[in-house]
Design a protein around this ligand. Structure first.
Ligand code: HEC
Length: 224
């Protein structure tokens, strides 16, 4: 078996020997042809980017204004702009998870809380020091805004608030939006929204129900 395999693939067999010889002769002829036929070795050569070029003016060409660097083709409008077909979206472009909300909390507290306050009432330390006070997230108007609005403000800035596009990656911006929604819910949850077992604890006492709805009602009116 071994011996057979050896003869089958031998490069020294009489037939393959001729083949190699033919291949060598052909390549010698073809290589010789290069200097005769093609004149690529005589075409103008530019050593430096701004060398003059008869064809283009300068050797280095401007990038096409529509050129997109590899890895930056941001096709997913939902994820990258918060709009689809020009309309602000009211859904997240990824699945919401607890980890995402916790990451959003961490980022919110680092980037946004200094002005917007830890709970989102617009009462951060910077605002207290005289910077324009942002609106509270707990107004009916901002509760009604689709998530795309929050994403868009983080991305492009708004009024005196600057853009965070260069500092916070798109996925992280959505995590912050998820946390803002969590903050809004934390200040404006109806008793109905509670899980059944917790609701039962409250539901037994009318007083607790009244107290809770009164509380969320008054918090909702903090702004405006
Ligand atoms: C330096 C202070 C400052 C920081 C930091 C800041 N903001 Fe703002 N933000 C403002 C101010 C001021 C406004 C109101 C802008 C205006 O209308 O002139 C605002 C407006 C907004 C609005 C628009 C609310 C509306 O009325 O529609 C959103 C949403 C928002 N900020 C989210 C964020 C998020 C999220 C972060 C963190 C990534 C953040 N901001 C960081 C100051 C800040």
């Amino acid at each position: 078996m071994n011996a057979r395999r050896h003869t089958q693939f031998s490069f020294l067999s009489p037939l393959t020997g001729k083949f190699w010889l033919l291949a060598l002769m052909l390549s010698v002829i073809m290589l010789a042809g290069c200097t005769e036929i093609g004149n690529m070795q005589e075409q103008p050569k530019h050593q430096k980017p701004y060398d003059e070029s008869e064809t283009f003016g300068a050797a280095a060409q401007d990038l096409d204004p529509n050129a997109i660097p590899v890895g930056f083709l941001r096709e997913d409008a939902h994820l990258y702009t918060g709009r689809v077909g020009g309309e602000l979206v009211d859904t997240f472009p990824m699945e919401l998870t607890e980890d995402m909300i916790l990451e959003g909390k961490r980022l919110y507290e680092g980037f946004c809380a200094p002005c917007h306050g830890y709970s989102g009432y617009g009462d951060g330390v910077v605002a207290k020091e005289g910077f324009r006070e942002p609106a509270s997230y707990h107004s009916d108007q901002l509760r009604a805004q689709p998530v795309g609005h929050f994403y868009e403000v983080i991305t492009n800035g708004q009024g005196t608030m600057y853009s965070y596009a260069s500092r916070i990656a798109p996925e992280d911006r959505w995590a912050i939006v998820a946390y803002i929604r969590t903050l809004q819910l934390s200040q404006h949850a109806s008793l109905e929204a509670l899980p059944d077992d917790i609701k039962a604890d409250f539901g037994s006492s009318d007083a607790a129900t009244d107290a809770l709805s009164e509380m969320s009602g008054s918090l909702g009116e903090t702004d405006e």
